[in-house]
Design a protein around this ligand. Structure first.
Ligand SMILES: NC(=O)c1ccc[n+]([C@@H]2O[C@H](COP(=O)([O-])OP(=O)(O)OC[C@H]3O[C@@H](n4cnc5c(N)ncnc54)[C@H](OP(=O)(O)O)[C@@H]3O)[C@@H](O)[C@H]2O)c1
Length: 225
């Protein structure tokens, strides 16, 4: 049985990843922050671990609880958008900017030395849910500058990790999930979590060492950095 770790699984895309991998018979380790979400995830048959990726004590406890288990796949899905009204002309406060960067970038970076060694035995995949909004080459407008900066920085972190772990045959890459109907994406978004996660699971399932260091749409195409 294959084992996957899903970081940030309480709702939206993370919860859909749990549903689909459980449906396919995977052993799923799902992280959450609130007790009520743990019950929801356990009801789907997932093993649950508490993790707030912006809290050092929580990260230490999570690492301890994960033990020496080997993983086949890990997904860093946790993310926040930050204040919607912040812009290039009216930047977010330093506190708001830092909290977005902490969850989306430093949180992900801190997971790498904890999670990647557990992927080595199975030559596994570490996929990070980024966003098209983090693409500098594909940028089409100024809105969401804080979030854009955080996802561009996440992309840089994952690219650096791809070099670090290439000799261990781990695939580390980032994915754009599409514009998805979740709390973050809103009801008017293009696609459902089911469609997005089905696509991202295919990207993960078909990953080879050539995927290492890549940036992929949920439909499989490569995205400009
Ligand atoms: N929806 C879209 O259209 C879209 C588009 C592009 C990229 N994305 C990316 O896709 C990922 C999932 O987004 P979503 O749409 O499912 O958003 P969502 O419904 O807002 O869910 C965000 C998830 O991240 C978790 N999270 C946030 N901060 C965390 C932290 N510090 N520690 C641990 N978990 C944390 C949340 O946990 P709590 O429930 O505890 O808050 C929740 O499970 C994010 O990385 C997002 O940036 C989404």
């Amino acid at each position: 049985m294959k084992t996957i770790l899903i970081i940030g699984a309480s709702r939206g895309l993370g919860l859909e990843f749990v549903r689909q991998y459980r449906h396919d018979g995977w052993e799923v380790i799902a992280t959450h922050r609130r007790a009520v979400d743990g019950k929801k995830l356990a009801a789907l048959g997932a093993e649950t671990l508490i993790l707030d990726t912006t809290d050092a004590a929580s990260i230490a406890a999570f690492s301890e609880a994960l033990g020496k288990r080997s993983l086949d796949v890990a997904i860093y899905n946790a993310g926040v958008y930050g204040p919607r009204e912040a812009s290039v002309t009216a930047p977010a406060s330093l506190k708001d900017f830092d909290s977005v960067m902490h969850a989306n970038v430093f949180g992900a970076l801190q997971m790498i030395p904890i999670v990647a060694p557990r992927l080595i035995k199975n030559k596994g995949t570490f996929a990070f849910v980024s966003s098209m909004m983090g693409s500098i080459g594909g940028m089409t407008g100024p809105h969401g500058v804080t979030y854009r900066a955080s996802k561009a920085a996440l992309n840089a972190v994952v690219k650096a990790a791809s070099f670090e772990y290439a000799s261990k045959d781990i695939n580390a890459f980032v994915m754009h999930p599409g514009w998805v109907q979740t709390d973050m994406g809103g009801d008017g978004a293009d696609i459902t979590p089911e469609v997005s996660v089905t696509g991202m699971r295919k990207v993960i399932a078909t990953a080879t060492t050539k995927s290492n260091g890549g940036f992929f749409n949920y439909t499989g195409e490569e995205i400009a950095w």
